[in-house]
Design a protein around this ligand. Structure first.
Ligand code: SAH
Length: 252
């Protein structure tokens, strides 16, 4: 049995209770060493075999899984944040399906949630933005043209950019050409929930400069949109006394 587990975005106590239990029980742990906090490995039992997938190919990861399965060992495949975003889990699951090996999936706290927490920020402010675009600049992995940052920018929704910190000149250009005002507030969150977490507030037009000034080149998220200002919003209808819900009559 292979357990895919979301490690959370950094702090070792942000893993789920279930994820922690699976780590404690695992005979074999394959963790994404580039971004998973090594402190999580202290949950492993004595004698657990630990592999860092940052140094391995897909084929090597699979062969560790196949061998462990043959020997009846339990395997945790530990991915950063939540595996559903840029996690490359589908290709592993398909290979396991082909071999008839069972697996399951325990979610984790994605870094886009960790970044909101670092900023004490609500992405979906009433009358400001009710949508979050999660995307990335094209890198070695291409992005379909219809999903380009430029194309999404015309919505001026809250946007969270993964995997793009090395391309900020181009990112800010696409954001502006696509429709965001250059003065739109933006934030850079470096290593959300890690001990060396850093948050920087700037504008769309100063993203590249601000990252440079703060020495941030990777492991960061870029958050863009009027919601970053965290003001000028309408109060919620849900908690409005005049609004009746299934759980509460109107109080005015
Ligand atoms: N599955 C992960 C994302 C993996 S892609 C998740 O759910 O968060 C790797 C990218 O995620 C990094 O390049 C960076 O943009 C972002 N990232 C991961 N951890 C982060 C953190 N703690 N703080 C800020 N960004 C992070």
């Amino acid at each position: 049995m292979i357990r895919f587990v979301g490690a959370g975005c950094g702090a070792a106590d942000l893993i789920t209770v279930r994820g922690q239990r699976l780590l404690q029980e695992a005979d074999v742990i394959i963790y994404a060493g580039s971004l998973v906090n090594p402190a999580l490995l202290t949950y492993a039992k004595a004698g657990a075999k630990i592999y860092n997938s940052a140094e391995m190919t897909l084929e090597e990861v699979l062969s560790v899984m196949f061998e462990a399965e043959e020997r009846g060992l339990s395997v945790v495949r530990l991915h950063t944040g939540d595996p559903c975003l840029y996690g490359a889990i589908r290709e592993q699951m398909d290979a396991l399906d082909k071999k008839g090996i069972a697996y399951d999936y325990t979610p984790g706290v994605s870094s886009f949630c960790g970044a909101a927490a670092a900023l004490n920020m609500e992405y979906t402010l009433p009358s400001v933005s009710q949508s979050v675009v999660i995307t990335r600049m094209a890198g070695r992995t291409p992005v379909p043209e219809r999903e380009s940052v430029r194309a999404f920018a015309k919505h001026k929704a809250t946007m969270v950019l993964f995997l793009s910190t090395g391309l900020l000149e181009k990112t800010q250009q696409e954001l502006i050409e696509g429709g965001y005002d250059p003065e739109t507030p933006a934030a850079i969150v470096y290593k959300a929930s890690w001990p060396d977490e850093k948050t920087v507030l700037c504008t769309v037009s100063s993203l590249a400069d601000c990252a440079k000034q703060n020495g941030i080149r990777k492991t960061a998220l870029i958050i863009v949109g009027d919601a970053v200002r965290q003001s000028g919003y309408a109060r919620s209808e849900l908690y409005n006394p005049a609004f009746a819900t299934e759980f509460r009559p109107a109080k005015e």
